[in-house]
Design a protein around this ligand. Structure first.
Ligand SMILES: *[C@@H]1O[C@H](CO)[C@@H](O)[C@H](O)[C@H]1NC(C)=O
Length: 131
């Protein structure tokens, strides 16, 4: 176990450095409903999403394809993946995904952030900076 805990950051760093993987741009802080996230939290959630995606792994079904039926004007081109962002820390699939999501594209570029808070049914509305 200690070995795995030691190895994981190294693996994550390797994946991040692998050609074509984890090319994330720094993005600004955002507010989803009444929950504010720092740029560091947004970047960390997006990086976690990217690492799972590039490894063909999921945590309790995340990340998964986001089809943008709502028609958000994201910063980068799709196709997109959605992944929970939580103020309590990185999402690992153990607890509820909550309402808030970061969106990355298939090249791990950060597209924006969206939330179920303030949306009807299973729809999303944009967090600040995503419209
Ligand atoms: C991700 O977005 C960037 C910037 O718009 C774009 O150049 C790239 O092709 C996109 N990746 C995919 C796989 O669509």
């Amino acid at each position: 176990m200690q070995f795995l805990l030691t190895l994981f950051p190294l693996l994550a760093a390797f994946v991040a450095a692998a050609p074509g993987a984890a090319i994330l741009e720094d993005r600004a802080a955002t507010t989803c409903g009444s929950t504010s996230y720092s740029a560091a939290q947004v970047n960390a959630a997006s990086q976690q999403a990217c690492t799972y995606y590039k490894n063909n792994q999921q945590a309790n079904s995340y990340p998964h394809t986001y089809n943008n039926y709502e028609g958000f004007n994201f910063r980068v081109a799709g196709p997109y993946q959605e992944f929970p962002i939580k103020s309590s820390g990185l999402y690992t699939g153990v607890r509820s995904p909550g309402a808030d999501r970061v969106i990355i594209n298939a090249s791990c570029q950060q597209a924006g952030a969206i939330t179920h808070n303030g949306a009807s049914g299973n729809n999303f509305v944009g967090c600040s900076g995503t419209s």
